[in-house]
Design a binder for this molecule. Sequence first.
Ligand SMILES: [Zn+2]
Length: 294
Amino acid sequence: MAAATVLATLPALAQRDFSKVEIKTTRLSDTVYMLEGAGGNIGVSAGEDTVFMVDDQYAPLTPKIIEAVAKFTPKPVQFVLNTHWHGDHTGGNESMGKAGAIVVAHENVRRRMSAEQFDSFWKSKTAASPKAALPVVTFTASMSFHVNGEEIRVVHVPRAHTDGDAIVHFPKSDVVHMGDVAWNGIYPFIDYSAGGSVTGTIAACDQVLGMVTDKTRIIPGHGPLATRADLQAYRDMLATVSGRVRQAIAAGKSDEEIGKMELSKEFDAKWGVRFLRGEQFTTMLATGMRQSGN
Ligand SMILES: [Zn+2]
């Protein structure tokens, strides 16, 4: 998701009173866990070598997150991998760094966090992050962490939710963390202002669908733990709705008109309740697709 100003208006996804947030831990394999609190879902690998974390939600939650991790390992968090730059996934970077973690991300995550960002969909600015919150290790295409009995593969997927997304594959544990490239049961925000696109999001979903089985556990950026079937349903919803939006653009409709055409009607009851409504989702796609061609 995007800026704090926006989150403040979205109680379902952003509880601003962090004192009431509880961290729920779900064990997915011998070494991999999913942590849910407020903000993007967290993945953790904890085992014989170290603790590797994917995303860190918001700074005020860092003590609770560290406490939740301490329930299944005595080791400190050594690495935090950011799936993308948004504050509900990177807000804990500075405090996790102070606690000793090394923050790792795609180079575009560091680039976007280093300067003020403006989002044209939300009409909101996000200030540059302090140096202490920036990733200190960056990569471009892919990288691996050889820890806890498996090669954890971090792969950049271009122009998906943003221009700096990473998906994280834990092959032995049979878990994939997709960051905000995948949302389970919630229409996604696609950050066109930060180089995202629905075309790239669909391509990234296809890439993951090609490497997982029905047994694989998929951690989405938002929403409950997902299966391959859930990811397939998400991908198909995106393809159907964006295809209709593309046709409407070709037919000369304005973004506002497209928003009123109910192009996502049969999906709204499932996907359009917790965050973006169908009209907002289709308007977002129309504006972004028209401007970017993707
Ligand atoms: Zn996001």
